[in-house]
Design a protein around this ligand. Structure first.
Ligand code: ADP
Ligand code: MG
Length: 371
């Protein structure tokens, strides 16, 4: 009879049925509202135009404009992201909607730090939940800027803040065989910057970064409409013109755009009709600057790697690369085929996200790990 004790006070384990319709009598109460939240490691693409956040095991959890609205009298942050973007050009005098990373540099550390803090709050980072954070930065970033970004993330609650170069992240996101001894080229055209990088064996072999991007195309459109038609338009209207009829080379079925603005002379609303041809002319200067920087990067390529590129092609990423005809223009001027990627605006954050899925193994790719 050894071991065959009657099951006094015990229920048999066999036939454990789900407790349908029953609530357990005892349940665990977390020590604090946040204590049950496991820190989710994060990858952040702090772009000049858009900020994207990828949470480990989840994917992209936030994608919003890199804009912050501040009350300059009190220093209070009123809004960030989508909400702040809607305020651009519509704020009273003491409220400013800023793009703190506009030219790809940390020009305003205070504001950048507030933005990072808000961003981390938005995705659930708190005192109880301190994730490891991997931030994508331009390759050309200075040592001072590098420290500023990691410091901002640490102060905002990150347990560990590491940096990865944007072109490297983009190449990983585009599934390029970057660890092989084969040349791959990535061109990332963002709002304020355009970066071309030639990669091989997991490193950047040649780099050409210019502080010219898709924002400069908007500005060129704004300036043209003002000069030619005496009409003032906002930067958001200029951006819409770029999306609807902007192009870097002629394309079939080109339509016109009707644009409303304020006439400079009279101060009254006025409508004009713009053609794709005149917009193409108006944006030629920034387009040439972008294409030129790609060509400059290629010119630095050692012969073997240049050969590889003829076969592999150039990967175009970033929102700026979506300008119609820009791919054709780059392919023609660089003499190298251009290959499209599936998600040009998410490529960088997806690549960094891939790195945080195996944080320790991918440490060699981080800026610190490479020194
Ligand atoms: P960043 O990495 O600097 O934040 P993004 O890669 O997010 O920049 O690209 C943002 C830029 O892409 C904006 O200036 C936006 O106007 C431009 N853009 C987005 N979609 C298009 C499009 N379809 N055609 C032309 N430009 C576009
Ligand atoms: Mg970017």
């Amino acid at each position: 009879m050894v071991g065959r004790t009657p099951m006094v006070g015990r229920t048999p384990m066999v036939g454990r049925t789900p407790m349908v319709g029953r609530t357990p009598a005892v349940s665990l109460v977390p020590a604090s509202p946040d204590a049950d939240a496991v820190a989710r490691d994060l990858a952040i693409d702090l772009g000049t135009a858009n900020t994207l956040v990828y949470a480990r095991g989840e994917g992209v959890v936030l994608a919003e404009p890199s804009v912050i609205a501040i009350n300059e009298r009190s220093g209070e942050v009123l809004a960030m992201g989508d909400e702040a973007w809607h305020m651009i050009g519509r704020t009273p005098e003491h409220v400013v909607a800023k793009r703190p990373l506009r030219k790809g540099a940390i020009t305003d550390f205070e504001v950048t730090q507030r933005m990072v803090r808000l961003l981390l709050e938005r995705v659930g980072v708190s005192r109880f939940n301190r994730p490891k954070v991997l931030i994508c930065v331009p390759s050309a970033i200075t040592a001072v800027e590098r420290r500023a970004v990691t410091e901002a993330a640490r102060r905002a609650g990150a347990a560990d803040a590491q940096l990865i170069e944007q072109p490297l992240a983009a190449a990983i996101g585009a599934n390029l065989p970057i660890s092989e001894p084969v040349g791959n080229m990535v061109v990332d055209i963002g709002g304020g910057t355009s970066e071309s990088a030639l990669l091989s064996l997991g490193g950047v072999v040649a780099l050409e970064a210019v502080r010219v991007g898709s924002f400069d195309i908007d500005s060129a459109i704004q300036a043209y409409v003002r000069r030619e038609y005496g009409l003032a338009i906002g930067e958001r209207t200029a951006e819409e013109i770029k999306w609807t009829i902007g192009s870097a080379a002629s394309t079939p079925d080109e339509g016109r755009a009707e644009v409303k603005g304020r006439e400079l002379m009279s101060g009254l609303p006025k409508t004009v009709v713009l053609t794709p041809v005149e917009i193409r002319r108006a944006i030629e200067e920034p387009v040439v600057a972008i294409v030129e920087s790609v060509v400059q990067c290629l010119a630095q390529a050692p012969p073997e790697l240049a050969q590889d590129l003829m076969a592999q092609g150039i990967c175009l990423v970033g929102g700026g690369s979506l300008l119609r005809g820009l791919d054709a223009r780059i392919a023609e001027d660089a003499g190298v085929p251009v290959v499209p990627v599936e998600t040009p605006m998410e490529c960088v954050v997806l690549g960094a996200g891939h790195c945080i899925e195996s944080f320790e193994a991918m440490r060699v790719m981080f800026m610190e790990g490479r020194r």
